[in-house]
Design a protein around this ligand. Sequence first.
Ligand SMILES: [Zn+2]
Length: 194
Amino acid sequence: MVYGIYKKPLDASWQALIDNAINSLPVNVIKVVNDNGITLLKDSDAQILAPGETGVSIFDGNEWFIIYDDAVDSIRRKRFTIAHELGHIFLGHPMIIERHVGAFVGVDYGVENEANAFASHFLAPACVLWGLGFHSPANISEICRISSSSAAICSERIVELYMRDEFLPNPLEQQVFKQFKEFIELNRYQTGKK
Ligand SMILES: [Zn+2]
């Protein structure tokens, strides 16, 4: 059962990276969906999204489905939508008539913000980017396959990490960092080469 297994978005993002044994970027969101027994459907097949919705999560009483808008051009936006929906499920957000209202048009902004925070931290873990020495939005956007606007937010977070006195005080974040150790070592020196 994946619904509501984590509590706070930031802790949830770390715990989900750990539980899904993710040790490289970009995070393979489709594999995470599959590994958690969730069925991913394109809206061009499911035809379920309301106008303005980019994704929904539906529980049919037995199984979870994530339906995403596949008509948008950007693969980065699709990845974010799927990660956002994973956030709703993992964080156990209240279901609205057994349905999570889609990204960015939700009635509950608190819940939408939490799902966005989850997606952002899950796709672009700050400690990994910090370990890589990646801090420009362009580099972050490229390695995490997220939009430049999401990457800009992550970039600010990494600057905060640089300014912290203490090295990764949260044990979950430490564990994520350890899990990505090899990836960080292999990719660290590519920064700024191109
Ligand atoms: Zn949402």
